[in-house]
Design a protein around this ligand. Structure first.
Ligand SMILES: [Ca+2]
Length: 406
């Protein structure tokens, strides 16, 4: 009975629509893990590694007021330390907790810092990436992504007070993008202007605005987006990452001239980073577990691997393929099918030829009959309760017998 129950669970449509005040919500496709706060599962790396302030202790000034230099950063005192973990702690503390770099003492040499967030797992972004700065927002920065665990990087978005000057790119905003240019990488000046500490503290990478190009302004037509994601690999990959890298290239100076007598005014400080997403499980898992500091999909549909990216052993009856959002809303599971390979000879091929049966064939080299290939035939039973339940029958492939099969 337990076995039957398991089978029944697999038969449930891979969807469960969730209605809320706003209509259908994001998570109405159930054969994927729920979107979550992904910052709980990342590893953060700084480059250069010793760029955090406080070792040795130093004082720094407020950007607005160069004479207010009574702030201290001291890595050896908890209250005065600003380690990178403070970019991911619980918000709402007072005073704000934040990571801070050393100040720009080596001006005019550029103050360059890479902040790399690594998941060691492929994830799909579901909401805007939001960085909240405690310092003024950088005058130049690049957000980059990797899809191969940090081996190669591509820019996601450029940010500057002057895009032409910094990156020789025309300034654009996400509102300039269309369905056809959605994958374009733009430079925006929206998040760099205005150095006042109290306001405009965030830098965004706009995921939802990009989704809206397909799903409508209030994301009411997610079916349209899902349809696009299903059929366009580039689009799907665009929102998929294993790592993010924030390249801080020039801190806020609040003016055209840098005050060389007071370089303690210039540094980077980030109080919070938001990354919402879900494990990429190729629509073959409903949940993703975090164990031994690693995320992995709990694969179903006879799939395996960290992203459910291949069929389990003995379930290679047909080529692996990702699950599909289509048809909306049920989707298609694309289950890996059982394909036990017998190495004996059977002659009950009549069974395979029942009308209405779908025959799946696979050629297997026989180790017992070295000069023969065996034709392994799976029959699918379309009228059964579980149409995907497969059975395996084996036939020898001598020319005479294989002609029987046709
Ligand atoms: Ca914080």
């Amino acid at each position: 009975p337990f076995f039957l129950l398991l089978l029944t669970l697999h038969l449930l449509p891979p969807s469960s629509q969730v209605y809320s005040d706003e209509g259908l919500t994001w998570d109405y496709m159930a054969c994927q893990p729920e979107a979550a706060d992904m910052t709980q599962y990342l590893k953060v790396t700084l480059d250069p590694p010793n760029i955090t302030c406080g070792d040795p202790p130093e004082t720094y000034c407020a950007l607005e007021n160069p004479y207010m230099c009574n702030n201290e950063c001291d890595a050896s005192t908890e209250e005065l330390a600003h380690p990178p973990e403070l970019m991911f702690d619980i918000e709402g503390r007072n005073p704000t907790t934040f990571w801070q770099s050393t100040s720009w003492k080596k001006y005019p040499k550029a103050l360059l810092v890479n902040v790399t967030l690594s998941w060691n797992k492929t994830i799909e972004l579901t909401d805007d990436i939001v960085l909240t700065f405690e310092s003024g927002r950088p005058e130049q920065m690049v957000l980059e992504k990797s899809l191969d665990y940090g081996r190669t990087w591509q820019p996601y978005q450029f940010y500057a007070t002057d895009c032409l000057d910094a990156f020789t790119m025309e300034p654009k905003t996400v509102q300039d993008l269309t369905q056809h240019t959605l994958l374009d990488i733009i430079c925006t000046e929206d998040y760099s202007r205005g150095y006042v500490w109290k306001y405009d503290k965030t830098v965004r990478f706009e995921i939802k605005d990009r989704f809206a190009l397909f799903a409508g302004p209030r994301l009411h037509n997610m079916a349209s987006l899902y349809g696009q994601l299903d059929t366009t690999k580039n689009l799907r990959d665009f929102f998929t990452i294993t790592d993010l890298r924030i390249r801080l290239l020039r801190p806020a100076t609040g003016a055209t001239m840098v005050d060389e007598n007071n370089l303690s005014r210039y540094f980077y400080a980030i109080s919070d980073i938001k990354v919402q997403g879900r494990c990429k499980c190729n629509l073959h898992a409903n949940s993703c577990v975090y164990d031994k500091e690693k995320l992995s999909c709990e694969c179903e549909h006879n799939t395996t691997g960290p992203d459910c990216g291949r069929c389990k052993k003995n379930y290679q009856g047909r080529a692996w393929s990702a699950g599909s959002y289509l048809p909306i809303p049920k989707g298609t599971a694309n289950i890996c099918e059982y394909a036990k390979t017998y190495t004996g000879i059977q002659s009950n091929n009549e069974q395979v030829l029942h009308s209405g049966m779908k025959v799946v064939e696979k050629w297997v080299y026989s180790q017992f009959l070295p000069f023969f290939f065996l034709k392994v035939v799976q029959k699918k039973r379309p009228h059964c309760k579980n149409p995907n339940l497969t059975k395996c029958i084996c036939l020898i492939s001598s020319p005479n017998i294989s002609s029987h099969l046709k």
